[in-house]
Design a protein. Structure first.
Length: 149
């Protein structure tokens, strides 16, 4: 049997934007993207957002981004993948113009950022498989030790 390195999580690449209290789609809502820790509704704080096409090319589009009845971002009625080139804040509004959510820095919620932070904080690492038990690995721990499972 061939060794498999399964390192890509199967997940929805197009998130569904929902009301935090009811989990219903934010139908006909709007999303604004801006500089970190700013109000992205203010045009002076907004950053460029792009549609990423299937061929990898990018097309800049205007804000706000539109949420369809299913809670997904659309452009001219088509589902799209939206990207930026930097960390950003995000404000989500419902169809009545009421703010549903505000995220000051979306990178704080990005799993890829955790490994970057871990690399900054941990000086050493050991493989758990090098020890008979988790207790043995933990006992070998020193300040700043990362146990790699």
């Amino acid at each position: 049997m061939t060794d498999i390195t399964a390192n890509v999580v199967v997940s929805n690449p197009r998130p569904i934007f929902t009301e935090s209290r009811s989990f219903k789609a934010v139908a006909n809502g709007k999303i604004y993207i801006g500089q970190i820790d700013t109000d992205p509704v203010n045009p002076a704080n907004q950053i460029p957002v792009y549609i990423e096409n299937e061929d990898g090319s990018h097309v800049q589009i205007a804000q706000p981004l539109i949420i369809n009845a299913a809670g997904k971002i659309v452009y001219n009625g088509q589902l799209v993948k939206i990207v930026t080139v930097q960390g950003h804040s995000m404000a989500i509004y419902d169809s009545y113009g009421s703010q549903v959510d505000y995220i000051a820095n979306v990178l704080k919620y990005d799993p890829d950022q955790y490994s970057i932070e871990a690399d900054k904080k941990f000086k050493y690492s050991v493989k758990l498989s090098d020890y008979l038990t988790l207790q043995d690995a933990a006992s070998a721990a020193v300040d700043g030790l990362l146990i790699d499972v």
